[in-house]
Design a protein around this ligand. Structure first.
Ligand code: HEC
Ligand code: HEC
Length: 268
């Protein structure tokens, strides 16, 4: 259950991931649920989405789902308190925090999707699939995709900084459900950079990816192509030979090496 190990220097994203997990455990762990409800008021005075007569158990059930789906504590949306584990001073009825106001709009949006848009889906299959908070959020308050985040980092800093960030995040979150750390997200992003006239950025991303998937023929082949496009003949040859190590008789790779006038010998 605890997927983040505590250790090493406290840096982002590691620190935030550990913090997130620890606080969530406190909120979601069965044994603590009773102490959660003990600190939550009996009367609800500012429900605009849920029915006024909703039972306390049902409301808290929804709230725990929100926390789980977004990977946040109750105080992410609820104003007051010291931001710690206790609900001391938290004003659950307050709309002070924009996160709560956004969450209410999300409730409306999700209802609209399920009740009006999906129900009008032509030839809908059975059983119906419903959209929930977690369908999109996957444990993140802002459900961004890993390739978008990498693009941001590359744009704001550079590809080396983005790679360092990705490696740390991958180590922390590999067994989680927030990001796709599979090889193809990076392969596709690298290809896109190649198409945009930035083959060196694409090649750097693929080299990183090859550390995680050294047996992937696709990575070595794409890496060779991008190195070549970036004008690095020698590293391109090395990459193609790594591909031959994985698949010694691969006709495409052998052709590429022959075209470069090189003996198609695998890298050992
Ligand atoms: C993602 C945002 C979000 C998170 C996280 C969240 N809540 Fe809420 N909470 C809301 C929204 C939005 C409402 C108002 C719903 C409505 O208008 O019907 C609400 C309403 C409430 C209310 C009723 C307040 C009143 O008097 O009107 C209580 C109590 C409450 N939440 C408790 C909790 C607890 C306990 C947790 C943690 C387990 C939690 N919430 C986590 C968004 C959140
Ligand atoms: C169809 C996908 C989808 C569903 C379903 C969904 N969300 Fe969101 N949510 C998003 C996206 C996308 C954003 C980011 C919007 C932006 O800021 O551009 C977002 C943003 C939010 C934010 C603001 C986070 C911040 O810090 O800015 C909250 C809070 C939130 N959602 C709560 C919920 C809750 C609670 C549910 C379930 C009732 C829910 N969402 C269902 C896609 C979804």
């Amino acid at each position: 259950m605890l997927r983040h190990h505590v250790g090493g220097a406290f840096r982002t994203p590691r620190a935030s991931a550990v913090f997130r997990a620890t606080r969530l455990l406190v909120v979601l762990a069965g044994g603590v649920a009773s102490s959660v409800s003990a600190q939550v008021p009996d009367e609800f005075t500012n429900l605009q989405f849920f029915p006024e007569d909703i039972s306390r158990d049902e409301l808290i059930g929804h709230m725990r789902q929100f926390s789980f789906s977004l990977g946040v504590s109750c105080q992410y949306c609820h104003f007051g308190g010291d931001g710690g584990f206790s609900f001391e001073g938290v004003e659950f009825d307050s709309d002070e925090r924009p996160e709560k106001v956004r969450a209410r709009a999300m409730l409306e949006m999700t209802r609209e999707i399920n009740s009006n848009l999906l129900s009008a889906l032509p030839h809908r299959r059975s059983p119906n699939v419903m959209v929930e908070c977690r369908t999109c959020h996957r444990g993140l308050p802002r459900p961004r995709m890993i390739d978008d985040l990498l693009r941001d980092r590359i744009g704001n800093e550079d590809v080396a900084a983005a790679i360092t960030w990705y490696k740390e995040l991958r180590e922390e979150e590999l067994s989680g459900w927030s990001y796709d750390f599979g090889e193809w997200v990076i392969n596709d992003l690298a290809t896109a950079y190649g198409d945009e006239g930035e083959p060196a950025i694409g090649a750097a991303l693929l080299r990183m990816n090859s550390e995680n998937f050294p047996e992937s023929l696709s990575i070595w082949s794409l890496l060779g192509d991008l190195e070549l496009a970036a004008g690095n003949r020698e590293t391109a040859i090395e990459a193609y030979r790594q591909g031959l190590r994985v698949s010694p008789d691969h006709p495409g790779l052998n052709r590429k090496l022959e075209a470069l006038g090189v003996e198609p010998r695998a890298e050992r």
